[in-house]
Design a protein around this ligand. Structure first.
Ligand SMILES: CC/C=C/CC(=O)SCCNC(=O)CCNC(=O)[C@H](O)C(C)(C)COP(=O)(O)OP(=O)(O)OC[C@H]1O[C@@H](n2cnc3c(N)ncnc32)[C@H](O)[C@@H]1OP(=O)(O)O
Length: 702
């Protein structure tokens, strides 16, 4: 019997075939396997929102477990979610050594509700089951064997091994093989265990409800008889199944896959653009970003040339990169083979024969221009030239080279060997092959690549600007960094805007604002103005920087720290009196600001810019923006990303609140609702997956 995902037809197939096999006296035992080397990836997620037809999973698994002939699961490829629950209903499990098993329902906002929360703890004990169910992590066959999830691991044909095994156990009694009849092994420190698990889950979940429900369900397995535990599992699942969080998480699952199917406004697409193989790559500039990129490249198995012109920096970088590779290999239980993949040089000529270069020098246009001119002269014909700029004009850099079609942005996020997001930035001259190659390389590096157009800040940083601006204005109007951060952290961000600013360094934005001519000199002594070119401007960040308050690295920023480099932010009385004086100097009267206003002002301003980005064609669709925010900016996944969230709040509501705030702050253009948002509301606020139609119509009319 073979199946991929258990849709209605597949479930019906299993029920019918197992029934036939059990009723046939010639059949002594049964082996369940999958098709095309995959046991089962679980339920079809697309079925969830629909009227689910076909036989339900729970009675089907019960019937298999109750069978009077041995049923063996032959697990190849994946046994995930309902697929693993089905295998747990079988009397024996044999997995191929390359198979992966797991209960990833929690990542879809659900719990394993086909008996997974009740059988797994009975089989492998409460602590291990809690780990697998609350994290949703997939385990390799070797770990599954060690945990006791599977009985055997096969190196060659799993089906052959399972058939042989099934015949060998045909006459054996099955009572001891039905997991639902096992007592749940109860640890002596039962209460402490569950309290600890709940605390850990609440801390990591940032407001997600599914992990909490998973702990509650496993607790039921440990405290109630099987059938009562199943009732509890069902009850908890009922709450999760229709929740907005489950919708958001399932949207993220598909959005993550949708962004790999990129398209450009000129019609170039992922499926018609062939990437060129990259065997050897180079990184130019070994500061923090360059080092992380070199590590990520080497870990893919590529040969890497790492160039840093300053001798001292080169020596330091060499040590740091080796350390990162060694630690990475140790964590994965491997030898650091990638160490030998990197060669270092202080001479840019060393990149002459590479297939692709990633420039990661200091964020300065003049410097980057010079590097691109050099690269264009030094590299062999056809080498792709990529820049890791976070905001600078990729087209302008391309224009410095002989072949602008080979230039794209590859915007990594710090630390580059850890963070999953990669913005691949194309300009009007970038060739589809350059985009395809950068996207493919990103995938090889384990990144989630999103192809975006070229504009100041691209997608992520462009949307961050109005968000940060609102946070500054809120301080002027009466809020504190603590209040703003608390509201955003309760929403689900790992860090609020001010704690994040202290971590990344206030000087970063200061340098950008200076470059844009926004910072007035001698602020501390004079009366800084709060308008730039007719727009409201807050000089608060500039004032702190003038005093050397750059955040964690100087021990002072929006908060205070025990010492420079320390990470624990403490409220700073100095800042509070500074803020009061500032308000008094500007005749600003502090008013009470609540969490709702913080969220509406910061998030709707960010979302509004997201609509502008869609209108400008910088992002192909809302999924691209959402994946950028979930993977690069800490947007809570269970809220689906900013554009999905706007849909959940209701586009009409977002529009109404933006109109309200723009009326109150007419000198803040970011609060002026963008025309795409108005148009979507006028078209009846279609669901997020239908926005592209409205955007396409808008573009065709321009
Ligand atoms: C009420 C009953 C509840 C039951 C509980 C469950 O079973 S919930 C579902 C639990 N299962 C999962 O969460 C598995 C999700 N899938 C994966 O982890 C991976 O897709 C995979 C199975 C490991 C395969 O990975 P691979 O990298 O090889 O492929 P893709 O991820 O790119 O997927 C290929 C296409 O298949 C689509 N898809 C995958 N899984 C599902 C699914 N469970 N339901 C619906 N569709 C699924 C995926 O979207 C890809 O589609 P494209 O159109 O090609 O983009």
């Amino acid at each position: 019997m073979c199946f991929i995902l258990h849709s209605a037809a597949v479930r019906q197939g299993i029920v019918d075939t197992v029934k036939r096999a059990l009723g046939d006296p010639k059949v002594k035992s049964v082996v369940i396997c999958g098709q095309n080397g995959i046991f089962c990836g679980g339920a079809d997620i697309k079925e969830f929102g629909t009227n689910m037809s076909g036989p339900p999973l729970v009675p089907m698994i019960h019937a298999i477990e109750a069978a009077n002939k041995p049923v063996v699961a032959a697990i190849e490829g994946s046994a995930l979610g309902g697929g693993l629950e089905l295998a747990l209903g079988c009397h024996y499990r044999i997995a191929h050594s390359k198979a992966r098993l797991g209960l990833p329902e929690v990542s879809l906002g659900l719990l394993p509700a086909a008996g997974g929360t009740q059988r797994l703890p009975r089989l492998i004990g409460v602590p291990a089951a809690l780990d697998l169910i609350t994290t949703g992590r997939h385990v390799a066959a070797a770990e599954a064997l060690q945990l006791g999830v599977v009985d055997r691991v096969a190196e060659h044909s799993t089906v052959d091994a399972a058939v042989k095994f099934a015949l060998s156990v045909a006459a054996k009694p099955l009572d001891a093989r039905r997991i639902s009849t096992y007592p749940c092994p109860c640890p002596s420190d039962f209460d402490a265990l569950f309290e600890g698990a709940m605390q850990k889950v609440r801390q990591n979940a940032r407001g997600a409800i599914a992990p909490v429900a998973c702990v509650q369900a496993v607790r039921a397995a440990a405290t109630r008889p099987y059938l009562q535990g199943m009732e509890r599992e069902k009850e908890l699942m009922a709450t999760l199944f229709t929740s907005g969080q489950a919708r958001a998480l399932q949207y993220c699952f598909f959005a993550q896959r949708a962004v790999s199917k990129w398209s450009m406004p000129n019609g170039a697409r992922w499926d018609t653009s062939k990437p060129r193989p990259v065997h050897k790559a180079a990184v130019i500039g070994l500061g923090t970003m360059g080092r992380g990129i070199a590590v990520a490249l080497a870990q893919t198995g590529l040969s890497v040339v790492a160039v840093e012109t300053q001798e001292k920096q080169l020596m330091e970088a060499k040590q740091a990169v080796s350390g990162m590779l060694e630690r990475g290999a140790k964590r994965r239980g491997l030898t650091p083979a990638a160490l030998h993949k990197i060669s270092y040089s202080h001479d840019i000529q060393a990149v002459a024969d590479v297939d692709l270069v990633i420039e990661a020098v200091f964020e300065d246009m003049a410097l980057k221009k010079k590097v691109f001119q050099q690269l264009s002269a030094v590299c062999k014909p056809g080498t792709f030239l990529c820049t890791n700029t976070s905001a600078l004009d990729v087209d302008h850099l391309a224009s410095q080279t002989r072949n602008p079609e080979l230039v794209v942005g590859m915007h990594f996020f710090a630390p580059a060997h850890v963070m999953k997001l990669l913005e691949v930035v194309y300009g009007p001259q970038s060739s589809p092959q350059a985009v395809a190659t950068a996207m493919q390389l990103g995938k090889k590096m384990g990144k989630v690549g999103v192809a975006v157009g070229n504009c100041r800040g691209f997608v992520g940083n462009r949307m961050l600007k109005p968000y940060i601006e609102q946070a500054f204005f809120l301080l002027e109007e009466g809020a504190t960094p603590e209040l703003v951060d608390r509201a955003l952290e309760e929403f689900g961000f790992p860090m609020g805007v001010f704690r994040m600013s202290d971590l990344s360094g206030l000087d970063v934005g200061w340098r950008v604002r200076k470059g844009d001519g926004l910072v007035e000199s001698g602020l501390a002594s004079g009366q800084p103005t709060r308008l730039r070119e007719g727009r409201r401007y807050s000089p608060l960040g500039d004032l702190l920087c003038e005093q050397g308050r750059f955040g964690q690295k100087t021990g002072r920023g929006w908060y205070q720290y025990d010492q420079p480099g320390s990470r624990v932010a403490r409220s700073d009385p100095w800042f509070h009196s500074f803020l009061e004086e500032y308000r008094a100097r500007h005749g600003l009267v502090a008013r009470r600001i609540d969490h709702q206003e913080v969220l509406e002002r910061c998030l709707y301003a960010l979302i509004n810019e997201g609509f502008r980005i869609l209108e400008d064609g910088i992002a192909a669709g809302p999924e691209d923006i959402d994946i950028i925010y979930v993977f690069g900016y800490g947007w809570p996944r269970h809220r689906g990303g900013p554009m999905f969230y706007a849909g959940m709040v209701g586009l009409a509501r977002v529009l109404e609140r933006l109109e309200h705030y723009h009326q109150a702050h007419p000198d803040v253009p970011y609060l002026q609702p963008c025309s795409l948002l108005r148009r979507l509301v006028a078209s009846g606020s279609p669901p997020v997956h239908r926005w592209r139609e409205v955007i396409k119509k808008l573009h065709s009319q321009l």
